[in-house]
Design a binder for this molecule. Structure first.
Ligand code: SF4
Ligand code: SF4
Length: 282
């Protein structure tokens, strides 16, 4: 029987490694109670990277690393039933990826059967973002540096709301060319969004939902729209929800809205018209 986690046809563009950042979301790197404490989370991932690198692809050493990791990480997991692979780490200074990927092995050996998934799943799984993101949205997130790239890949709703809000300010569709021409501007935006001052500290909050229970089942949250006396267009309140905003009072919600609008205005302020049209809606 076909395993639904394995794609029957690989996507034309694989998102796992971007130009400036890499993802390990489906390898479980965000299944961690410290996921919103970036310094601690990243330190632990760098330490694990060093352990795996020291094993130098020796299968016995990797098995020991896995056993020690599974034991050590037990208390650290947000969701008991979601596996966390001990072999995800920093494949480059600022890029997360698979440390035992065959392309990294001196003889291209594939050791991924040693992981928490099978080699078949590791090689053949391509997450829903591959289907859901439009080319211009892919180009947008491709500008992102570091570990935040993986969070953008896995938060399709946030990417889509950002694009919609940007287009409403631009009065035209966003294009791939815009993203390629304004990489630095986008990188500035991603840093501000990564440090979103109104973000809920709850590590179980991902976008507009909380994920609860051992399996991480989604539960929707009330929108921040109710906090506004004069409700802004839905795309803006949905963007604030996707940003994991938690506002203590209405004035703070207005402040958050003005802040994100100023970030987007700052990004697009000197963009000219673009003639390249984006792909049709999906
Ligand atoms: S979550 Fe998607 S983009 Fe990220 S590593 Fe997995 S398949 Fe690749
Ligand atoms: S072995 Fe598989 S699950 Fe582990 S990091 Fe590599 S691709 Fe991800």
């Amino acid at each position: 029987m076909h395993d639904s986690r394995v794609s029957e046809t690989p996507p034309s563009r694989i998102l796992c490694q971007g130009d400036f950042g890499g993802c390990g979301a489906c390898c479980g790197v965000y299944n961690d109670k410290d996921r919103k404490n970036n310094a601690a989370w990243e330190r632990a991932l760098r330490e694990q990277t060093q352990r795996v690198a020291a094993a130098n692809f020796d299968p016995e050493a990797l098995k020991q690393i896995k056993a020690a990791f599974v034991h050590r990480h037990q208390q650290q997991r947000l969701y008991e039933d979601i596996r966390v692979c001990p072999f995800a780490g920093f494949v480059e200074e600022n890029k997360i990826g698979c440390l035992i990927h065959p392309s990294r092995h001196p003889q291209q050996k594939d050791l991924r059967d040693l992981s928490v998934h099978s080699q078949k799943i590791c090689a053949g799984h391509f997450c829903a973002a591959h289907d859901w993101l439009r080319p211009e949205e892919v180009a947008m997130i491709n500008t992102c540096e570091g570990s935040f790239y993986g969070l953008l890949v896995s938060q399709v709703g946030l990417v889509k709301q950002l694009r919609a809000c940007m287009e409403s300010l631009l009065h035209r569709p966003l294009t791939v060319k815009d993203c390629e021409l304004h990489t630095e501007g986008f990188q500035h935006l991603w840093r501000r969004i990564q440090d979103w001052p109104y973000a809920s500290p709850n590590p179980q909050r991902f976008g507009a939902f909380v994920f609860i229970g051992a399996q991480g089942n989604s539960q929707s949250l009330p929108s921040c729209a109710a906090l506004f006396e004069e409700t802004p267009p839905t795309m803006w309140t949905q963007l604030l929800d996707e940003l994991e905003s938690h506002f203590d009072h209405p004035e703070q919600a207005v402040e958050g809205l003005e802040y994100v609008q100023s970030l987007l205005r700052e990004l697009i302020c000197d963009w000219g018209p673009q003639t390249v049209t984006p792909s049709s809606d999906r």
